[in-house]
Design a protein around this ligand. Structure first.
Ligand SMILES: [Zn+2]
Length: 646
């Protein structure tokens, strides 16, 4: 998937000039020892992602279990040493996530970490339900959070200093006795250290002597300065108990004063051998440390060895992938991976860059999978497209003398199309299927297997149901338990019968009738058009459209009955213009038998039109990928108007 994302990224950046040749590649990275063998920075460091746990604390960040599973998979494939999946004792979603991970292969299970708290005060650790949930989650590693600030232990926990220490050491040794690797996040460590270096030292001692594999010093409030943080980290790394028990010291920084990345790197310089962070710096308040910038800097600037398999070249696609799943607009100016990170605009810079690519770039963008963007280079852009057309097998007839001209002509038209689409808000990073279809539709003699001739969608609802009016609506309709909120407490879902109802009609022209082809394998390639009008009700207009479209297509293409719409994301592209703004729709489809997934994208001022277009792309792609029928129809091409867009 990452590779696929990279390919697509390559297309979107087709306008870039050839990759520059600045800077050296990162030193080949050996596999650092396991955390239990003590990793000390800055020579080596383990990378630990907490996007799925701390990252989801960020405002506006929400992930389904499926989202979490797909991000988890990408993080493991990227090469993270540890991935914190969530807090199984705190909510059903995370519990479900860990249950799904329990049947995964060792490659994934070895990296998965469950987050949780130490036992409650004055409770036996064996009797603590939250600790029990950590064990039953099946995670092989657990990260416990414990308070490292004496005043917070006394004032917020209401515990004595001794009980604060016991809460941590009891829980660590109990989990270690269950054969679980334990990390301890020492919350408020740096503020706590300033308050009482003695208590901080006793805490470190308690963690190490009870069997923790790593202690993670947290700048929870994000207000510590890099030089202070480096000094305090050094003290922890050289703590006798840390050295004697071969414990790795880690760091976890928040970005409240814009120092999270700098602080994380300062800690590694001070000897921290494990860095926690979130992809793209998502997280509570101003966010966690951006692990993307941290990995780039450790590998390319500090010469730190990261685990084998970590390739900085995959950073850009990882960053875009996570943004896409989180339905977030990528930050153009994000260090290393933003689309503007290596963009050069006109004037002196461009002419200097032509002479020497190092003049305005700190590294070769290719080292992080990004590209330099300067003046649009027609030629290089076009060549990329030609290559892509050849890759998907629509490179015309090589024997024809004018084939090269034909290819160049198509590539230029596609390039113009890409530029135009990007200017109105398309992004193709998350929509591999749409990219392929766009190229096919630009290809002479390509016949889409079906066309939508017209469609309609209507929605009706008896009551408005904004959050503030749910109670009112419930009373009026009289459904469910009187006086309860509109969300059904038993099922945690919206009550059936209270949803808005939608109906859609779709009229489709299919180019083949499946039975007809089967009966006549020698058919001459001529096209039989069959029109079908279908209607369907759904939970919303898009659901109804998807059902009606499928209903109209399945008689011709039974394969489509196995295709499901599994995710639907909408983003408003111009927030200023609100409802008049363009809307981008991304749809994920899944083939139920093989679990293969693909994504399509469409942009329109009308959200229903954008949705319909993305739906059509998704079904068309399914047919091209999974059915065997010719997609080039020489005999009938001219007579079929496929709505060419030149
Ligand atoms: Zn945090």
């Amino acid at each position: 998937m990452l590779q696929l994302q990279l390919l697509i990224l390559g297309l979107c950046c087709a306008l870039s000039s050839p990759l520059s040749t600045v800077s050296k590649s990162p030193s080949r990275l050996k596999n650092p020892a396991e955390a239990s063998a003590r990793v000390v920075g800055p020579k080596q460091a383990l990378i630990y992602d907490t996007t799925l746990r701390d990252g989801t604390q960020g405002e506006g960040i929400s992930m389904s279990v499926e989202d979490k599973l797909s991000v988890f998979d990408q993080l493991v494939k990227f090469g993270f040493d540890y991935v914190e999946g969530g807090w199984p004792g705190s909510n059903p979603k995370d519990k479900d996530f860990f249950a799904r991970c329990a049947s995964m292969e060792d490659t994934h299970r070895d990296k998965l970490v469950a987050f949780g708290s130490t036992r409650r005060k004055f409770t036996k650790v064996e009797d603590d339900k939250q600790v029990e949930a950590l064990i039953t989650s099946g995670a092989r590693s657990v990260c416990l959070v414990g308070k490292a600030s004496l005043s917070q232990v006394e004032n917020i926990l209401g515990a004595t200093p001794e009980e604060g220490l016991l809460m941590i050491s009891d829980t660590v040794s109990y989990l270690v006795s269950k054969n679980i690797k334990v990390f301890v996040d020492l919350e408020h460590y740096f503020d706590g250290y300033l308050e009482s270096p003695d208590y901080a030292s006793r805490l470190v001692e308690a963690c190490c002597s009870s069997g923790a594999s790593a202690i993670v010093l947290c700048d929870t409030n994000g207000g510590t300065l890099p030089w202070e943080l480096e000094t305090f980290t050094k003290t922890a790394v050289s703590h006798p108990s840390v050295v004697e028990n071969k414990v790795t010291v880690g760091v976890h920084c928040h970005n409240d004063i814009g120092m999270a990345v700098a602080n994380s790197l300062a800690a590694v310089k001070g000897g921290a051998g494990l860095v926690q962070g979130c992809v793209n710096g998502v997280g509570e308040r101003t966010g966690n440390a951006d692990i993307v910038s941290i990995i780039g800097t450790l590998a390319l600037k500090m010469g730190t060895q990261l685990s084998e398999g970590v390739e900085t070249e995959n950073l850009t696609s990882l960053s875009r992938f996570v943004d896409e799943v989180l339905n977030r607009a990528p930050d153009q100016a994000q260090p290393y991976v933003g689309s503007a990170a290596f963009a050069h605009k006109g004037g002196l810079h461009v002419s200097a860059m032509e002479k020497d690519p190092t003049s305005y770039q700190h590294i070769d963008p290719a080292l992080v999978g990004n590209v330099r963007r300067t003046v649009v280079s027609e030629l290089s852009g076009r060549m990329n497209i030609v290559k892509r057309l050849q890759e998907i097998g629509v490179d015309g007839n090589e024997d024809e003398p004018d084939n090269k001209d034909w290819l160049n002509e198509r590539a230029t038209a596609i390039l113009t199309r890409v530029k135009k689409l990007e200017s109105i808000g398309y992004t193709f990073e998350g929509a591999d299927a749409s990219v392929k279809l766009m190229m096919l539709h630009a290809t002479k003699r390509y016949c889409p297997p079906f066309r939508v001739l017209d469609y309609s969608a209507t929605v009706w609802d008896q009551f408005i149901d904004s959050a503030s009016r749910v109670l009112y609506k419930k009373k009026k309709t009289g459904g469910g338990t009187p006086g309860k909120w509109g969300v059904n407490a038993a099922s945690d879902s919206l009550d059936e019968g209270e949803r808005a109802t939608a109906r859609a009609t779709v009229k489709v022209q299919s180019l083949y009738e499946r039975d007809w082809i089967a009966d006549d394998p020698e058919h001459d390639g001529s096209v039989e058009k069959i029109e079908r009008l279908e209607v369907a009700d759904g939970n919303g207009p898009v659901d109804a459209l998807a059902l009606a479209l499928k209903r109209a297509l399945v008689p011709s293409y039974p394969f489509l009955s196995k295709v499901q719409l599994t995710d639907y994301k909408v983003r408003i592209l111009d927030n200023e213009a609100a409802t008049e703004a363009a809307t981008r729709v991304l749809i994920e489809f899944t083939e139920t038998e093989t679990n293969r997934k693909w994504n399509t994208v469409s942009v329109d001022r009308n959200v229903i039109s954008a949705s319909l277009n993305a739906l059509v792309d998704g079904y068309e792609y399914a047919l091209l990928e999974h059915e065997t029928f010719c997609m080039l129809c020489p005999a009938d091409y001219d007579e079929i108007d496929i709505g060419g867009w030149e």
